[in-house]
Design a protein around this ligand. Sequence first.
Ligand code: GSH
Length: 225
Amino acid sequence: MADKEVRLFGMWASPFTKRVEWALKLKGIEYEYMNENIPFSTSEELLRLNPVTKKIPVLVHNGKPLAESLVIIEYIDETWKEGYSIMPKDPYDLAQARFWAKFADDKGTMSLLHVFSKEGEVQQKAVEEAREVFKTLEQALEGKKFFGGDCINYLDLAIGWYAFWLPIIEETANVSMVDDANAPLLKAWFGRFLEVDVIKSILPPRDKTSEMSKIRRNQLLSNMP
Ligand SMILES: N[C@@H](CCC(=O)N[C@@H](CS)C(=O)NCC(=O)O)C(=O)O
């Protein structure tokens, strides 16, 4: 039975929701999952819990809401100290992991949004930017099995959505960003990350995600909200 004290508001295909679900699952925390119909509608309860950004995911612990997936992951690791360790213990490693997670979110996510929602020259420019971001990200992976070393940790969870969603974005937008020529280490890590039991066990269905992705791209290209 789900722990009544922990609820997660998310959306089934949201990469940011998956980050949090992976963290909860790694810790063995039971939770109640509430699916939102984003981007088409937002429930009254979500607006009450997260009036600032109105976005998912939102974790509610003992009635107290918390937004922003990376902030939530840190909270989970700090609150449930026992079991799997998500945040690096060494202060330098921790700062580096936060740096790369921020770099990926600031640079990679923005470029991917343009790759996904644009065409022509604007899209091509975004593809080049994204390729540069992925090549750069490999620095954090050099000589390691996972970003966290021998096991996955915070940075793997932060960047992990690329492993599943990036090939879908490439397919939907008909472009290539992570390939053996540009980012071979990252490409190999995609395969290793998706083979981790906890990760694999809560991925959305590939076909359904791919179908939704095509519909969403067409909506964005026609300037639908
Ligand atoms: N930086 C946020 C991003 C969250 C985000 O963008 N969530 C999207 C869904 S994946 C959302 O709720 N969008 C609201 C909307 O489209 O109305 C995080 O990491 O939690």
